[in-house]
Design a protein around this ligand. Sequence first.
Ligand code: HEM
Length: 197
Amino acid sequence: MNGWRLTGLLSLLLLAMAAMFLALHPDIEGLRLAIRATARTSLVLFALAFSAGALVQLVASDATRWQRRNRRYLGVSFAVSHAIHLAALIALARTDSALFWTLTNPANIVLAGTAYLFIAAMTATSFDRTAAWLGARKWRLLHLVGGWYIWLSFAVSIGKRLPQGPIYWAMMAAAIAVGIVRLIAMSRRAKAVPAIP
Ligand code: HEM
């Protein structure tokens, strides 16, 4: 499975997962399950897209070449997953605003909201036409800064939940692993550039 078909299939599965939680728990609990589950699917999809270029550079294999080929489609699937996270959050805020404000605060909304601005800009420039319109240098800068900002948002959101149990330690390990893979690949590329005499 490759390309936009992959994004289509993953999007359908994500929507089905959220719908299933709401059908099984047609209340606040269903919304909270959907919020938590989409945060986790988002982490997996983001990790795959964010590490794709670095992994194929460090360990070229059929799997990493598939991941690199589908980086854009995994990235857009991450955006779909996080759009569901946002939709469920808005539903929770409308249904039980007191609970919503015990789970988050204005500072978090500003910082996490900025991540959504990056996600929107990166998704909008994930099509051949829009990427060409932006130009290669600006595209690389937007996706580099945006990628690391989203990575940081995951590290912060997971970090504050570490006392809640081992699942958050596993999620943090995954986030740190993809960050390290990116840094190693970046430093190897920098060393490979011949020094200016
Ligand atoms: C305005 C933006 C956002 C708000 C208001 C928000 C709010 C929340 C809330 C209230 C929860 C906890 C739900 C519960 O315990 O029932 C949650 C979970 C989470 N969010 Fe978001 N979020 C936002 C954006 C983001 C972004 C941008 C990221 C990462 C890039 C993110 C990652 C997470 C993670 C990792 C969890 C933990 C899920 C779990 O328990 O496994 N969120 N978010």
